[in-house]
Structure formats: structure tokens, C-alpha cells
Design a protein. Structure first.
Length: 252
């Protein structure tokens, strides 16, 4: 069937098995429609499309003028570069003075080891940290504030009530798993907060349980979670955590 001349833009996203419905719902709200889903052992690859917006002719004309200005600017820039190459080379002292500001900026971007150690000694909770409370209450697990939180607090320890939302073997292993962690008590009908994940963990050792483990654990198990912030993966929207302590709890 013809698409009546409609042109589409497409994109492919990946999500953890068990989280497909949340991913599809998120993209459909932005105007995308599902073309296909390819399920793997651990992740599902979802292909999406949406109509490309038509460019008004006025914008096309403006765009053409902008392109012409850009070409002129590039030509002028090339002439300036050629002239600058003909000038005498800078003295070592001048080069050093120019690079100094860049060197001075680095400490503000990367914390010193002392700062990291001090930060790591504090356990952040929703009550003590407004940023953590905010992301735990989000309805979109791909929200940009999650990536910002992961970058800001990487290496620090957080604690919150969670649950096992999905659990798959890691690369086909029989005793190691990728565990999707939800926020609050387990629910089959609703989910909120980031898509946290414990990746490549053994349930008897790596979870560092602080109490007696139940006979079985799996999807639906509620946990008290203390974990270290690892990283956020923008392609899958997974927020990786390293388990520090877990305690098994009943529904609250």
C-alpha cells in the first residue's frame, strides 16, 4: 500500500527484555510508531518510524541563504588560515600562556581523589537528596535528568526501596543474571523511576544480602537496595548500579 508520498524517518532503540511496553509507550507519546521488534536473549531491538515534517518553502529559501553564507565563511576562514601559516611561529612562552586556561579548567570538571572518597562515604536517600527523590518519581525512564544524575553522582552510594522487575541470564550463564530493578513495591500494572540494572551478578554472593535469603527470589521480590552509581546507557536507557547491600522485604 502506498504512503501517499509521505516520507518517514526511522530509528532503532534497544531495551531490556520485559521492559518493551514501557519503551514503546514512551516513543509513541513522541509520535513514533512501531515497525518491528526483534527479541534477543537479553534485549529487544525495536524499529520505529514517524513522518518527516514538511519544510515550508520560506524555510527552504532561508536555508539556502544560510548555506551560501556558510560557504563564504568557510572560504574566508581558509584564506585566514593560509595567511596565519605564513606568519612566524609562536614562541614557547606564548604557547604555554595560551594553554594555561585549559589546564586550569580541568580540576573543576574532574573531582580529585580526596573529593571522591569523601563523597563515597555518604549514602544518598530520597529523604536526604532532592535529585534522587526526583528521578525515583519520574514516569519516563529515558528522561534526560536520569543521565544528568548518573554523571553527577557517579561512584556515590544510594539507597531506596525497590523490586526485581525482570531477571534474565547473563550471556546464557546458569548462575549469573542481569536483574532489572524497579522502584518501590512490585506491580504488574505500573512502573516509575529509572530502569536500574544489576548486570552480571550472582544472586547468592554479589547481592551482598544482609539477612536470610528466601527459598526463591525472582520477578516480584521486593528489596531494600543500597548500591553504587555506575553509569547510564542512553541507547537502552538502563541505569547500571553496583550492589552494596540488599535486604528482602515484604510489601509496604
Amino acid at each position: 500500500m502506498a504512503d501517499d508520498g509521505v516520507k518517514y524517518e526511522t530509528r532503532t532503540v534497544r531495551t531490556i527484555r520485559g521492559a518493551e511496553s514501557r519503551t514503546v509507550s514512551k516513543w509513541e507519546k513522541e509520535g513514533w510508531e512501531v515497525v518491528s521488534q526483534s527479541r534477543g536473549k537479553l534485549q529487544t531491538e525495536i524499529t520505529l518510524r514517524r513522518p518527516k515534517p514538511k519544510t515550508p518553502w520560506r524555510l527552504a529559501v532561508i536555508g539556502g541563504g544560510t548555506l551560501a553564507v556558510l560557504v563564504i565563511a568557510l572560504i574566508a576562514n581558509g584564506i585566514i588560515r593560509e595567511q596565519s601559516h605564513a606568519e612566524p611561529a609562536q614562541t614557547p612562552a606564548a604557547s604555554a600562556s595560551e594553554t594555561t586556561p585549559t589546564e586550569r579548567e580541568r580540576p573543576s570538571q574532574e573531582p580529585t581523589p580526596t573529593e571522591s572518597v569523601e563523597a563515597g562515604g555518604v549514602v544518598l536517600t530520597p529523604d536526604s537528596n532532592a535529585d534522587l527523590a526526583a528521578i525515583l518519581g519520574l514516569g519516563d525512564y529515558c528522561d534526560g535528568s536520569i543521565a544528568a544524575f548518573a554523571e553527577k553522582y557517579r561512584g556515590q552510594t544510594i539507597a531506596f526501596d525497590g523490586n526485581i522487575a525482570a531477571m534474565n541470564s547473563h550471556d546464557g550463564a546458569s548462575t549469573r543474571y542481569d536483574i532489572l530493578i524497579g522502584v518501590g513495591d512490585y506491580s504488574e500494572t505500573s512502573a516509575f523511576g529509572p530502569a536500574f540494572q544489576f548486570r552480571d551478578v550472582n544472586t547468592t554472593i554479589d547481592l551482598h544480602s544482609t539477612d536470610t535469603m528466601p527459598d526463591t527470589i525472582g520477578v516480584g521480590t521486593n528489596l531494600d537496595i543500597t548500591a553504587q552509581v555506575d553509569e547510564y546507557e542512553p541507547n537502552s536507557c538502563l541505569f547500571l548500579l553496583e550492589p552494596v547491600e540488599t535486604a528482602f522485604r515484604s510489601t509496604r
